[in-house]
Design a binder for this molecule. Structure first.
Ligand SMILES: [Zn+2]
Length: 294
């Protein structure tokens, strides 16, 4: 089974005018990221039907829609409404994580309703956008909700060396993600984008011991690292804690394709020198285990 654990999706009215849509909602962080005014964007756009067609073309069985790290809970609620509609229309192909903008009491209540309605995780969260420190009562309450529902939490992590500083501001240092994982050992964390390089610190057994409840996803890998990273991270942490994700419909191979799709990202995994067993786990076996589809 091939499962993409990290993609985002928007209705066509958003794709038609992302800056205008974002301006009316005060979501400038998002529009600066996906549709900057001053430079061409790597963001691609797709409808649900296009997504399903691209999945069929590439043999992707299931896709997990990740929420965006919105500045306002009203926008998170709006996105969760889209996602709810789409997972209900295509329960055999699509699943969703709930977007959460700020972990205050109303957002927690809204998030609880999403989990009751079949959302399978929280995220993608980005602490610097939510302006909530990991060590805060609000964050603790959100993590406790994940623990109660036994759902994973996806965190956006930037590599502090490779990724340029985003509009969201300064990210927490990587060791704070380790401290978070330690404080909530029963919560499964998915650190996006190869955890910003954190897996390489697992060469230390002391670090690795603290991160056994952490998985890393490969979203946007080709924009950050060369494909040797699949083999290298496998060698450090083993294949069981890596989830394949693409960040579709992001244009992850902009020199080779100007339209969204899965083929080039899949090809990277399949030509990265992995064994058949490792490849099976990364491309979907691990996700099937984590989400109970095995
Ligand atoms: Zn991300």
């Amino acid at each position: 089974m091939i499962i993409d654990s990290h993609l985002h999706l928007y209705p066509s009215e958003v794709a038609r005018d992302p800056r205008g849509w974002a301006a009316t909602r005060g979501e400038l962080g998002w529009s600066t990221c996906v549709a900057p005014a001053e430079r061409p964007s790597l963001q691609g756009w797709a409808t649900v039907d296009e997504l399903l067609r691209h999945m069929d073309d590439a043999g992707v069985d299931r896709a997990i829609l990740q929420g965006w790290y919105w500045q306002h809970q009203a926008t998170a609620d709006e996105q969760n409404d889209w996602y709810h509609r789409w997972i209900q229309a295509h329960p055999d192909r699509l699943s969703a994580f709930a977007a959460v903008a700020r972990p205050d009491a109303p957002a927690l209540a809204a998030t609880r309703r999403r989990l009751d309605a079949g959302f399978i995780g929280l995220g993608e969260l980005c602490p610097q956008v939510h302006q909530t420190a990991f060590a805060s009562p609000e964050w603790d309450a959100l993590m406790s909700l994940a623990r109660e529902y036994r759902v994973p939490v996806t965190l956006h992590v930037s590599d502090p060396v490779i990724a340029p500083p985003g509009p969201a501001g300064k990210m927490p240092p990587l060791d704070e993600y380790r401290a978070l994982a330690r404080r909530f050992p029963e919560v499964r964390f998915i650190l996006a984008h190869w955890g910003g390089g954190l897996p390489f610190y697992e060469l230390s057994t002391r670090v690795s011991r603290d991160l056994q409840n952490v998985l890393y996803d490969t979203a946007a890998s080709a924009l950050l690292y060369n494909k040797a990273i699949y083999r290298r991270v496998c060698d450090v942490i083993g294949p069981e804690r890596i989830l394949w994700g693409t960040d579709y419909p992001l244009l992850t191979h902009p020199r080779r394709a100007r339209k969204p799709g899965f083929a080039l990202d899949l090809d990277d995994v399949r030509t990265a020198g992995l064994s058949a067993h490792e490849e099976t786990l990364i491309l979907g076996g691990n996700a099937a285990r984590v989400f109970g589809w095995a």
